[in-house]
Design a binder for this molecule. Structure first.
Ligand code: G1P
Length: 273
């Protein structure tokens, strides 16, 4: 059973300056909902109710968002506006949220290791909120948990990207397993390779299921690409033992860490209203 979901949310979001000067990038809204709420809803849909959020300086709005706001609720009580709070209210009622701060920005691997205190010794999910995923059936995280239940090892979600974009992603190589056309046993992974160094065009997107031995590996992982501690490098250690599966998910991902992807997501959700 995967009971906890970790949200690394300490990054500065410099690509969205000045919007992210005083507002966490995870709080930027696609229509009326902040990015991180989409991530939390995806986790809830996958049966997870314990949210572990790695924050940093200037991120208090995230904590306030997942808390009651008595004044506001009093103000809108009995008005038509009340319904706008239904979704967030039911999330707050169903879930627990815990927070820890990443003091120094030393990479995604370091952020995940910082979350160990909230996760403990159990397998867990990781959602990078700036990858916004949607699917008509089960959510991407839901699909991944089903894969985890079968393979009982770390799982990364992947999609094919144009070769010229490999430098934006962790890239995997591996072989299809069990006669499937969407599940690979990972043999190699490289963080943000140039196209000429990329083993494939299969890119990791911001959804992971990790087994807790990843924490010990991360403690030993040296800074890699960009001088940062990379989760991709730690996962490669598990992959060498045959313990990483890559899953080509069903659904659509929007890269809301980029302005193009953010606008695309906004248009997509607006077209569904
Ligand atoms: C991180 C990971 C990368 C992964 C990506 C998915 O990079 O380091 O391996 O492909 O998330 O969004 P970031 O986008 O934080 O630079």
């Amino acid at each position: 059973m995967i009971k906890k979901c970790l949200f690394p949310a300490a990054g500065y979001g410099t690509r969205f300056l000045p919007a992210t000067k005083a507002t966490p990038k995870e709080m930027l809204p696609v229509l009326t909902k902040p990015l991180i709420q989409y991530g939390v809803e995806e986790a809830v849909e996958a049966g997870i109710t314990t949210m572990a959020i790695v924050t940093g300086r200037g991120k208090r709005a995230i904590e306030d968002h997942f808390d009651r706001s008595y004044e506001l609720e009093h103000q809108i009580k009995g008005s038509s506006k009340e319904a706008l709070m239904d979704e967030i209210r039911s999330i707050i009622a169903a879930c627990t949220f815990s927070y820890t701060r990443q003091i120094a920005m030393k990479g995604l691997g370091h952020a995940i290791l910082t979350g160990e205190t909230l996760i403990g010794d159990e397998p867990f999910a990781v959602v990078l909120a700036d990858d916004l995923c949607t699917n008509n059936g089960g959510s991407v995280l839901h699909q991944m948990i089903e894969v985890y239940e079968k393979y009982q090892c770390s799982i990364v979600a992947i999609e094919e990207v144009p070769m010229e974009e490999t430098h934006k992603y962790g890239i995997i190589a591996g072989d299809l397993v069990d006669g499937t056309d969407n599940i690979y046993r990972v043999s190699n992974m490289v963080e943000k390779p140039a196209p000429e160094d990329a083993p494939t065009n299969m890119a990791i997107i911001g959804r992971y299921i990790l087994t807790p031995d990843i924490f010990d590996i991360l403690r030993e992982t040296k800074p890699g690409k960009g001088g940062e501690i990379q989760i991709t490098d730690a996962l490669l250690e598990q992959a060498k033992q045959g313990k990483v599966i890559a899953y080509k998910f069903e659904g659509k991902r929007f890269d809301c860490g980029s302005i193009d992807g953010f606008v695309e997501a906004t248009n997509h959700f607006y077209s569904k209203i």
